[in-house]
Design a binder for this molecule. Sequence first.
Ligand code: HEC
Length: 184
Amino acid sequence: MPLPSALAFPVVAALLLAACDPQDDAPPAAATPAAATANEGLVAHGEYIVRIAGCNDCHTEAYGRRGGDVAKAEWLTGSVLGYHGPWGTTYATNLRLTIAGLGEDEWVDYTSKLHTRPIMPDFMLRQMREADRRAIWHFVRALGPAGRKAPDALPPGVTPPMPYFQLVAPPPPAEAQNGQKLET
Ligand code: HEC
């Protein structure tokens, strides 16, 4: 796994310093506390964004039902609760696994253009400041991979297994159904 970039520079700098001056036996760890603090700041900010942006509401099993009282070890591991509507049935994915498979810059790029099916508010991620999306990556990476993959989405017209939420919408206007404008 590549080092997070916030850590990589001070570590490299410490190694270079050590290489330039072999007499200086200060442990390379001397560079670590500042880097660790910077990373802890990002991780804490990421946790805050995840909490207030509501990612857990869908991506963490039973988060709403348990009033948010879910151990962080279980956060964002995806859900088997289906969201059923004209788009088929979707499942909030396991973000612990998604993020384990993406580098920081890949995540930032991915989330800047993310387009999903309902009910993921993908527009929220696209509009989120890059610094906040980076912080989410640091927080979720710090939690580490956990859980299993969420169920695959189902196509429209297929009744999903329980449990699922269902959107019951009025039928589309006749105009949209037959592609012609009705004379009234
Ligand atoms: C209202 C429910 C809901 C909320 C809130 C929500 N998501 Fe999602 N999310 C979903 C669903 C459902 C999908 C699957 C969409 C699909 O299959 O097309 C999804 C998909 C995604 C994906 C794409 C799939 C993947 O794993 O790469 C990402 C990334 C993602 N969500 C991140 C987030 C983040 C970060 C937050 C909080 C800022 C968040 N979501 C909040 C329901 C939600």
